[in-house]
Design a protein around this ligand. Structure first.
Ligand code: CMP
Length: 136
């Protein structure tokens, strides 16, 4: 995968509350092209694998439960400087600290139910995209 790609998920709370379209619109308006897109339900096992890097964190069990509580939308996005620009577009992990105009400021409910995920590096973007869509 080229370094101009990143990976995102629209999380269960945002899907449940009918925000798929609004969030994808903000991504497209932000200059991102949708390369891959899939709505699916993660099993607790798959959610646990995806977030295995956080396995020792106190919020891990709740995170796995939450991420398998309803459908998510997984996507690969393309844009120059995708990883960094996407993290700017989504805002801080904790929506209380998210800047105005960001996806999390508009849609996130809490630090856990924070509407969207965005990869934190080119390396993880590739790993995460492969987790859902196979090697590109
Ligand atoms: P995400 O960017 O998908 O990466 C890890 C997720 O863990 C994070 O978004 C939140 O949904 C969740 N989470 C829950 N509590 C915390 C916390 N205290 N710090 C960071 N992430 C948290």
């Amino acid at each position: 995968m080229a370094t101009n790609r990143t990976f995102t998920m629209i999380k269960p709370d945002a899907v449940q509350e009918n925000h798929i379209g609004g969030i994808l619109h903000m991504m497209e308006e932000g200059g991102f092209r949708i390369v891959e897109l899939q709505k699916l339900l993660l099993t607790p096992e798959r959610a646990g694998q995806f977030y295995a890097v956080h396995a020792e964190r106190p919020f891990y069990n709740d995170l796995v439960k939450y991420m398998s509580s309803g459908p998510i939308v997984a996507a690969v996005l393309e844009k120059d400087n995708a990883v960094a620009d996407f993290r700017t577009l989504i805002g801080a992990t904790n929506p209380a600290q998210a800047a105005e105009g960001t996806i999390r400021k508009k849609y996130a409910k809490s630090i856990e139910a924070n509407a969207v995920h965005g990869s934190d590096s080119d390396e993880n973007a590739q790993i995460e995209a492969d987790f859902f869509f196979g090697s590109k």
